[in-house]
Ligand binder design. Structure first.
Ligand SMILES: *Cc1c(COP(=O)(O)O)cnc(C)c1O
Length: 343
Protein backbone atom coordinates (compact mmCIF):
# COMPACT_ATOMS: atom_id res chain seq x y z
CA UNK A 1 0.00 0.00 0.00
CA UNK A 2 1.33 3.44 -0.88
CA UNK A 3 1.27 5.25 2.45
CA UNK A 4 2.79 8.40 0.92
CA UNK A 5 -0.46 9.05 -0.95
CA UNK A 6 -2.23 9.36 2.39
CA UNK A 7 0.24 11.85 3.86
CA UNK A 8 -0.45 15.58 3.50
CA UNK A 9 1.84 17.03 0.80
CA UNK A 10 3.17 19.82 3.06
CA UNK A 11 4.15 17.25 5.69
CA UNK A 12 5.93 15.07 3.14
CA UNK A 13 7.87 18.13 1.99
CA UNK A 14 8.83 19.64 5.33
CA UNK A 15 12.33 19.91 6.76
CA UNK A 16 12.13 18.95 10.44
CA UNK A 17 13.56 21.19 13.15
CA UNK A 18 17.04 19.97 13.92
CA UNK A 19 17.88 20.26 17.61
CA UNK A 20 21.35 20.42 19.12
CA UNK A 21 20.78 16.91 20.45
CA UNK A 22 19.92 15.72 16.94
CA UNK A 23 23.07 17.03 15.36
CA UNK A 24 25.49 15.64 17.89
CA UNK A 25 24.64 12.30 19.48
CA UNK A 26 28.08 11.05 20.63
CA UNK A 27 29.38 11.43 24.19
CA UNK A 28 31.38 14.66 24.56
CA UNK A 29 33.35 16.31 27.35
CA UNK A 30 32.10 19.83 26.89
CA UNK A 31 28.48 20.60 26.09
CA UNK A 32 28.11 24.19 25.08
CA UNK A 33 25.95 23.71 22.02
CA UNK A 34 22.38 24.17 23.26
CA UNK A 35 22.35 27.35 25.35
CA UNK A 36 21.54 25.34 28.44
CA UNK A 37 22.50 26.36 31.96
CA UNK A 38 25.63 24.30 32.81
CA UNK A 39 24.92 23.88 36.54
CA UNK A 40 23.74 20.37 37.26
CA UNK A 41 20.34 20.01 38.94
CA UNK A 42 19.05 16.86 37.28
CA UNK A 43 17.03 18.68 34.63
CA UNK A 44 19.29 21.48 33.36
CA UNK A 45 19.88 19.58 30.10
CA UNK A 46 17.32 19.03 27.36
CA UNK A 47 15.91 15.49 27.41
CA UNK A 48 16.64 12.86 24.77
CA UNK A 49 14.31 13.81 21.88
CA UNK A 50 13.93 10.13 20.91
CA UNK A 51 13.66 8.68 24.43
CA UNK A 52 16.02 5.85 23.52
CA UNK A 53 16.37 4.36 27.00
CA UNK A 54 12.61 4.08 27.36
CA UNK A 55 12.27 2.71 23.84
CA UNK A 56 15.01 0.12 24.36
CA UNK A 57 13.24 -1.20 27.42
CA UNK A 58 9.85 -1.14 25.66
CA UNK A 59 11.45 -3.00 22.79
CA UNK A 60 12.46 -5.81 25.17
CA UNK A 61 9.02 -5.96 26.72
CA UNK A 62 7.01 -5.73 23.49
CA UNK A 63 9.33 -7.50 21.06
CA UNK A 64 9.16 -4.57 18.63
CA UNK A 65 12.23 -2.76 17.22
CA UNK A 66 12.70 0.81 18.46
CA UNK A 67 12.49 2.12 14.89
CA UNK A 68 8.83 1.06 14.91
CA UNK A 69 8.00 3.19 17.98
CA UNK A 70 7.09 6.75 18.72
CA UNK A 71 6.57 8.09 22.23
CA UNK A 72 4.36 11.05 22.93
CA UNK A 73 3.27 13.27 25.79
CA UNK A 74 0.41 10.86 26.47
CA UNK A 75 -1.37 8.99 23.69
CA UNK A 76 -3.44 12.12 23.26
CA UNK A 77 -0.36 13.76 21.72
CA UNK A 78 0.34 10.69 19.60
CA UNK A 79 -3.24 10.76 18.26
CA UNK A 80 -2.94 14.46 17.47
CA UNK A 81 0.33 13.88 15.58
CA UNK A 82 -1.34 11.15 13.54
CA UNK A 83 -4.16 13.55 12.64
CA UNK A 84 -1.73 16.20 11.53
CA UNK A 85 0.34 13.87 9.37
CA UNK A 86 -2.59 12.53 7.39
CA UNK A 87 -5.60 14.85 7.55
CA UNK A 88 -5.90 17.98 5.46
CA UNK A 89 -8.14 20.43 7.37
CA UNK A 90 -11.56 21.09 5.77
CA UNK A 91 -10.98 18.38 3.17
CA UNK A 92 -10.28 15.00 4.69
CA UNK A 93 -12.39 12.82 6.93
CA UNK A 94 -11.81 10.09 9.46
CA UNK A 95 -14.08 7.28 10.50
CA UNK A 96 -14.69 5.96 13.96
CA UNK A 97 -17.25 3.75 15.58
CA UNK A 98 -19.91 4.93 17.99
CA UNK A 99 -19.70 4.84 20.97
CA UNK A 100 -15.98 5.32 21.35
CA UNK A 101 -13.31 7.40 23.06
CA UNK A 102 -14.27 11.05 23.51
CA UNK A 103 -10.94 12.43 22.29
CA UNK A 104 -11.47 11.52 18.61
CA UNK A 105 -14.32 14.04 18.08
CA UNK A 106 -12.29 16.71 19.90
CA UNK A 107 -9.25 16.06 17.71
CA UNK A 108 -11.52 16.33 14.66
CA UNK A 109 -12.80 19.70 15.83
CA UNK A 110 -9.33 21.00 16.64
CA UNK A 111 -7.90 19.85 13.32
CA UNK A 112 -11.04 20.82 11.33
CA UNK A 113 -11.46 17.31 10.00
CA UNK A 114 -14.83 15.68 9.34
CA UNK A 115 -15.77 12.82 11.67
CA UNK A 116 -17.89 10.03 10.24
CA UNK A 117 -19.34 7.97 13.06
CA UNK A 118 -20.55 4.47 12.38
CA UNK A 119 -22.80 2.97 15.04
CA UNK A 120 -21.73 -0.27 16.65
CA UNK A 121 -24.34 -3.00 16.62
CA UNK A 122 -26.18 -4.10 19.77
CA UNK A 123 -23.62 -5.76 22.05
CA UNK A 124 -20.98 -3.30 20.81
CA UNK A 125 -20.16 -5.21 17.64
CA UNK A 126 -18.14 -3.67 14.84
CA UNK A 127 -19.67 -4.02 11.39
CA UNK A 128 -16.72 -3.94 8.96
CA UNK A 129 -18.86 -3.41 5.84
CA UNK A 130 -20.57 -0.36 7.31
CA UNK A 131 -17.26 1.14 8.40
CA UNK A 132 -15.72 0.56 4.98
CA UNK A 133 -18.83 1.83 3.15
CA UNK A 134 -18.69 5.08 5.12
CA UNK A 135 -15.32 5.87 3.57
CA UNK A 136 -14.58 7.75 0.37
CA UNK A 137 -11.49 9.01 -1.44
CA UNK A 138 -10.96 11.67 1.25
CA UNK A 139 -10.96 9.19 4.13
CA UNK A 140 -7.56 9.04 5.75
CA UNK A 141 -7.95 7.17 9.00
CA UNK A 142 -10.16 4.58 10.68
CA UNK A 143 -10.02 4.86 14.48
CA UNK A 144 -10.76 1.63 16.27
CA UNK A 145 -10.66 1.47 20.04
CA UNK A 146 -10.16 -2.06 21.37
CA UNK A 147 -10.85 -2.80 24.17
CA UNK A 148 -13.40 -0.09 23.56
CA UNK A 149 -14.04 2.81 25.88
CA UNK A 150 -16.79 3.14 27.22
CA UNK A 151 -18.11 -0.37 26.51
CA UNK A 152 -15.05 -2.31 27.73
CA UNK A 153 -15.17 -5.10 25.14
CA UNK A 154 -12.57 -6.09 22.57
CA UNK A 155 -13.81 -5.34 19.07
CA UNK A 156 -14.07 -8.28 16.75
CA UNK A 157 -10.78 -9.43 15.22
CA UNK A 158 -12.38 -10.52 11.96
CA UNK A 159 -14.04 -7.15 11.41
CA UNK A 160 -10.83 -5.24 12.18
CA UNK A 161 -8.94 -7.46 9.75
CA UNK A 162 -11.47 -6.62 7.03
CA UNK A 163 -11.01 -2.90 7.64
CA UNK A 164 -7.22 -3.31 7.46
CA UNK A 165 -7.44 -5.38 4.30
CA UNK A 166 -9.81 -2.95 2.59
CA UNK A 167 -6.77 -0.63 2.37
CA UNK A 168 -9.05 2.39 2.39
CA UNK A 169 -6.79 4.27 4.79
CA UNK A 170 -4.67 4.13 7.91
CA UNK A 171 -6.16 1.98 10.67
CA UNK A 172 -5.35 3.25 14.15
CA UNK A 173 -6.09 0.71 16.87
CA UNK A 174 -6.20 2.39 20.26
CA UNK A 175 -5.12 -0.22 22.79
CA UNK A 176 -5.08 1.87 25.96
CA UNK A 177 -6.60 -1.10 27.84
CA UNK A 178 -4.84 -4.00 26.12
CA UNK A 179 -2.90 -5.05 29.24
CA UNK A 180 -6.19 -5.97 30.92
CA UNK A 181 -7.45 -7.95 27.93
CA UNK A 182 -7.39 -11.66 27.27
CA UNK A 183 -6.09 -11.18 23.75
CA UNK A 184 -2.91 -10.46 21.85
CA UNK A 185 -2.04 -6.93 20.91
CA UNK A 186 -2.33 -5.94 17.24
CA UNK A 187 1.37 -5.05 17.39
CA UNK A 188 1.96 -8.69 16.40
CA UNK A 189 0.46 -7.81 12.98
CA UNK A 190 2.56 -4.75 12.21
CA UNK A 191 4.73 -6.54 9.65
CA UNK A 192 1.62 -7.77 7.85
CA UNK A 193 -0.14 -4.40 7.46
CA UNK A 194 1.69 -1.27 6.35
CA UNK A 195 -1.44 0.82 7.13
CA UNK A 196 -1.61 -0.27 10.78
CA UNK A 197 -0.82 2.02 13.73
CA UNK A 198 -1.24 0.67 17.26
CA UNK A 199 -1.47 3.13 20.18
CA UNK A 200 -0.79 2.17 23.77
CA UNK A 201 -0.16 4.12 26.95
CA UNK A 202 1.52 3.98 30.36
CA UNK A 203 -1.54 5.74 31.80
CA UNK A 204 -3.71 2.75 32.65
CA UNK A 205 -2.23 -0.66 33.56
CA UNK A 206 1.23 0.84 34.14
CA UNK A 207 -0.25 3.27 36.64
CA UNK A 208 1.46 6.38 35.29
CA UNK A 209 -1.35 8.65 34.07
CA UNK A 210 0.35 11.65 35.67
CA UNK A 211 3.54 11.18 33.65
CA UNK A 212 1.88 11.59 30.24
CA UNK A 213 3.63 8.85 28.28
CA UNK A 214 1.87 7.26 25.32
CA UNK A 215 3.29 5.10 22.57
CA UNK A 216 2.51 4.20 19.04
CA UNK A 217 3.84 1.34 16.98
CA UNK A 218 3.86 1.39 13.18
CA UNK A 219 5.98 0.83 10.08
CA UNK A 220 9.32 2.61 9.95
CA UNK A 221 7.92 4.82 7.20
CA UNK A 222 5.06 6.09 9.37
CA UNK A 223 7.27 6.48 12.46
CA UNK A 224 9.79 8.53 10.48
CA UNK A 225 7.15 11.01 9.37
CA UNK A 226 5.63 11.25 12.86
CA UNK A 227 9.10 11.94 14.27
CA UNK A 228 9.56 14.70 11.69
CA UNK A 229 6.59 16.69 12.99
CA UNK A 230 6.68 16.04 16.72
CA UNK A 231 7.91 18.77 19.06
CA UNK A 232 11.60 17.96 19.59
CA UNK A 233 11.49 17.47 23.36
CA UNK A 234 7.97 16.19 23.69
CA UNK A 235 8.61 13.83 26.63
CA UNK A 236 10.28 15.58 29.54
CA UNK A 237 13.31 14.28 31.42
CA UNK A 238 11.49 13.40 34.65
CA UNK A 239 8.82 11.48 32.76
CA UNK A 240 11.46 9.54 30.84
CA UNK A 241 13.24 8.64 34.09
CA UNK A 242 10.07 7.55 35.89
CA UNK A 243 8.83 5.63 32.85
CA UNK A 244 12.11 3.73 32.67
CA UNK A 245 11.99 2.99 36.38
CA UNK A 246 8.48 1.56 36.04
CA UNK A 247 9.32 -0.47 32.95
CA UNK A 248 12.31 -1.92 34.83
CA UNK A 249 10.02 -2.99 37.64
CA UNK A 250 7.81 -5.44 35.81
CA UNK A 251 7.16 -7.35 39.07
CA UNK A 252 5.26 -4.43 40.51
CA UNK A 253 3.33 -4.01 37.26
CA UNK A 254 2.36 -7.71 37.33
CA UNK A 255 1.38 -7.54 40.99
CA UNK A 256 -0.88 -4.50 40.59
CA UNK A 257 -2.37 -5.85 37.38
CA UNK A 258 -3.20 -9.15 39.12
CA UNK A 259 -4.85 -7.27 42.00
CA UNK A 260 -6.94 -5.18 39.62
CA UNK A 261 -8.06 -8.29 37.75
CA UNK A 262 -9.01 -10.02 41.03
CA UNK A 263 -10.86 -6.94 42.19
CA UNK A 264 -12.68 -6.77 38.88
CA UNK A 265 -13.91 -10.35 39.34
CA UNK A 266 -15.05 -9.53 42.87
CA UNK A 267 -16.78 -6.37 41.71
CA UNK A 268 -18.58 -8.27 38.97
CA UNK A 269 -19.89 -10.92 41.37
CA UNK A 270 -20.90 -8.30 43.93
CA UNK A 271 -22.74 -6.24 41.31
CA UNK A 272 -24.44 -9.33 39.87
CA UNK A 273 -26.02 -9.95 43.30
CA UNK A 274 -27.58 -6.48 43.45
CA UNK A 275 -31.14 -6.41 42.15
CA UNK A 276 -30.80 -2.86 40.81
CA UNK A 277 -28.12 -3.91 38.33
CA UNK A 278 -29.81 -4.86 35.06
CA UNK A 279 -26.74 -5.72 33.07
CA UNK A 280 -22.96 -5.86 33.40
CA UNK A 281 -21.45 -5.57 29.95
CA UNK A 282 -18.56 -7.97 29.23
CA UNK A 283 -15.29 -6.13 29.82
CA UNK A 284 -11.70 -6.68 28.77
CA UNK A 285 -10.63 -3.46 30.46
CA UNK A 286 -10.21 -2.12 34.02
CA UNK A 287 -13.76 -0.83 34.13
CA UNK A 288 -17.30 -2.13 33.94
CA UNK A 289 -20.20 -0.62 32.04
CA UNK A 290 -23.29 -1.32 34.07
CA UNK A 291 -26.95 -0.78 33.24
CA UNK A 292 -29.37 0.38 35.91
CA UNK A 293 -32.99 1.63 35.80
CA UNK A 294 -32.02 5.30 36.19
CA UNK A 295 -28.34 6.20 35.68
CA UNK A 296 -28.81 9.91 36.40
CA UNK A 297 -30.42 9.21 39.78
CA UNK A 298 -27.79 6.66 40.79
CA UNK A 299 -24.99 8.94 39.63
CA UNK A 300 -26.32 11.83 41.75
CA UNK A 301 -26.87 9.57 44.74
CA UNK A 302 -23.31 8.23 44.62
CA UNK A 303 -21.97 11.74 44.18
CA UNK A 304 -23.75 12.81 47.37
CA UNK A 305 -21.87 9.97 49.06
CA UNK A 306 -18.60 11.26 47.60
CA UNK A 307 -18.27 8.42 45.11
CA UNK A 308 -17.65 9.46 41.53
CA UNK A 309 -18.45 7.13 38.66
CA UNK A 310 -18.86 8.07 35.01
CA UNK A 311 -22.40 8.57 33.80
CA UNK A 312 -22.51 7.37 30.18
CA UNK A 313 -26.27 7.50 29.72
CA UNK A 314 -26.07 9.93 26.79
CA UNK A 315 -23.78 7.71 24.73
CA UNK A 316 -25.17 5.54 21.95
CA UNK A 317 -26.15 2.04 23.22
CA UNK A 318 -25.34 3.19 26.77
CA UNK A 319 -28.73 4.45 27.94
CA UNK A 320 -28.86 4.30 31.74
CA UNK A 321 -25.32 2.99 31.95
CA UNK A 322 -22.63 4.05 34.36
CA UNK A 323 -18.97 3.25 33.89
CA UNK A 324 -17.15 2.06 36.98
CA UNK A 325 -13.35 1.95 37.14
CA UNK A 326 -11.88 -0.81 39.30
CA UNK A 327 -10.32 0.98 42.27
CA UNK A 328 -8.52 -0.13 45.40
CA UNK A 329 -10.19 -2.93 47.42
CA UNK A 330 -11.42 -0.27 49.87
CA UNK A 331 -12.83 1.95 47.13
CA UNK A 332 -14.60 -0.99 45.53
CA UNK A 333 -16.25 -1.97 48.82
CA UNK A 334 -17.49 1.62 49.24
CA UNK A 335 -18.92 1.61 45.73
CA UNK A 336 -20.81 -1.63 46.33
CA UNK A 337 -22.14 -0.33 49.67
CA UNK A 338 -23.11 2.92 47.97
CA UNK A 339 -25.12 1.16 45.29
CA UNK A 340 -26.77 -1.10 47.85
CA UNK A 341 -27.86 1.97 49.84
CA UNK A 342 -29.59 3.45 46.79
CA UNK A 343 -33.35 3.12 46.91
C1 LIG B 1 -7.32 6.57 28.81
C2 LIG B 1 -7.29 6.41 27.34
C3 LIG B 1 -6.15 6.79 26.62
C4 LIG B 1 -4.96 7.29 27.34
O1 LIG B 1 -4.57 8.53 26.98
P1 LIG B 1 -3.23 9.12 27.56
O2 LIG B 1 -3.17 10.44 26.86
O3 LIG B 1 -2.11 8.21 27.16
O4 LIG B 1 -3.35 9.22 29.04
C5 LIG B 1 -6.14 6.60 25.25
N1 LIG B 1 -7.19 6.05 24.61
C6 LIG B 1 -8.28 5.66 25.28
C7 LIG B 1 -9.40 5.00 24.56
C8 LIG B 1 -8.37 5.84 26.66
O5 LIG B 1 -9.48 5.47 27.32
Amino acid sequence: MDIKKLIRPNILALTPYSSARDEFTEIAEVYIDANENPFENGVNRYPDPYQMQVKNRLSEIKGIPTENMLIGNGSDEVLDLIFRVFCEPKQDNIISHNPSYGMYPVLCEVNDVELRKVNLEEGFILNAEEIINASDERTKIFFICSPNNPSGNLLQEEAITKVLESKKGIVVIDEAYIDFAHANSWITKLKQYSNLIVCQTLSKAWGLAGLRVGMCYASKEIITILNAIKPPYNVNELSQQRALEALNNKDEFDKHLATIMEEKDKMESALAKIELIEKIHPSDANFLLVKVPNANALYEFLLEHKIIVRNRTKEYLCKDCIRITIGTPEENVKLIEGIKAFK
